[in-house]
Design a protein around this ligand. Structure first.
Ligand SMILES: [Fe+2]
Ligand SMILES: [Fe+2]
Length: 287
């Protein structure tokens, strides 16, 4: 497939469903109540079941069973509901089964781990900054979405870059062709879905956080979380060398080594939360 066709193919991918647009409108309105949010979500059985599953999962860690959609929305908070709905809708749109050497299970494990680490870091950073933890979570969950686009439309580009990375023992992202780099394909998708600029920046700049002007703090959090996920062995391709950590991102986030250790250890040990998120996206937590 040539490059022009490839870009056209991305534009042919589905866009958000009408239900998602309605959910977004209700969630955007600060006056909306949990019952109004629940009423819109109810229109889509797949989203309804995801929200209920998440409210009852180890991710939230509640002991009692949540059966009402309205209670689930109250428990999760409307922003977290929004994040999950957006992520699952988008991933449904580009989802693939298994494609060439691309391991969907590794992709998911990497994305979910990055999201949980990012949420942990945002929790520490939030004290002094106006940070939306749910926004950070969804940005981290989707940061490598460009790889899904490639796996769907141009799987050979992934296998070739993975091979070069393995042979040169250098990070995968440094071995991709610039034109079809996963940060570039992710950016196309992001524009196709009219994502907010913060999300686009995280998708496009997470390997070079120093290039991200006004989104620098969140992009830096995603960058550090991504590198950490690699360092604890949760990479997207097998035998992948972890990317180097950016000193710029470290100075932006300014975590103490102790805080960093707590977050990374939690991500390794808290497998139940990882698995409950994987399950929500219908991925078998077999890795
Ligand atoms: Fe990446
Ligand atoms: Fe990544």
């Amino acid at each position: 497939m040539d490059y022009t066709t490839f870009v056209k193919e991305i534009r042919n991918l589905p866009t958000p469903s009408p239900v998602l647009m309605r959910i977004e409108n209700v969630l955007k309105n600060p006056e909306s109540t949990a019952s109004q949010v629940a009423d819109v979500i109810r229109l889509d059985p797949a989203i309804t079941s995801k929200v209920l599953r998440l409210a009852n999962s180890a991710y939230v860690g509640v002991v009692r069973t949540v059966t009402s959609l309205q209670n689930a929305v109250v428990l999760l908070g409307s922003k977290r509901v929004h994040s999950i709905v957006l992520a699952s809708e988008l991933l449904n749109a580009v989802t693939i089964r298994q494609s060439g050497g691309f391991r969907l299970d590794l992709y998911w494990l990497h994305s979910v781990t990055t999201a949980l680490i990012a949420e942990g870091i945002a929790g520490y950073v939030q004290k002094g900054e106006l940070l939306d933890t749910s926004e950070v979570f969804v940005a981290a969950l989707l940061h490598d979405i460009g790889k899904m686009v490639l796996a769907k439309l141009m799987p050979d580009a992934i296998s070739a870059a993975a091979l070069r990375a393995q042979e040169s023992k250098t990070p995968y992202w440094k071995n991709e062709e610039p034109e079809v780099h996963h940060t570039v394909t992710g950016k196309y998708l992001s524009e196709h879905w009219s994502f907010p600029s913060l999300l686009t920046d995280c998708i496009c700049k997470h390997h070079q956080p120093e290039t991200s002007a006004e989104s620098a703090l969140v992009v830096s959090i995603i960058h550090i979380s991504d590198v950490t996920a690699h360092m604890i062995g949760r990479s997207v391709t097998e035998h992948e060398v972890a990317p180097e950590i950016s000193p710029f991102a470290l100075s932006k986030v300014a975590l103490s080594p102790e805080q960093f250790k707590v977050i990374a250890t939690k991500a390794i040990e808290d497998r139940k939360r990882v698995d409950s998120l994987l399950e929500m996206f219908n991925v078998s937590p077999a890795v």
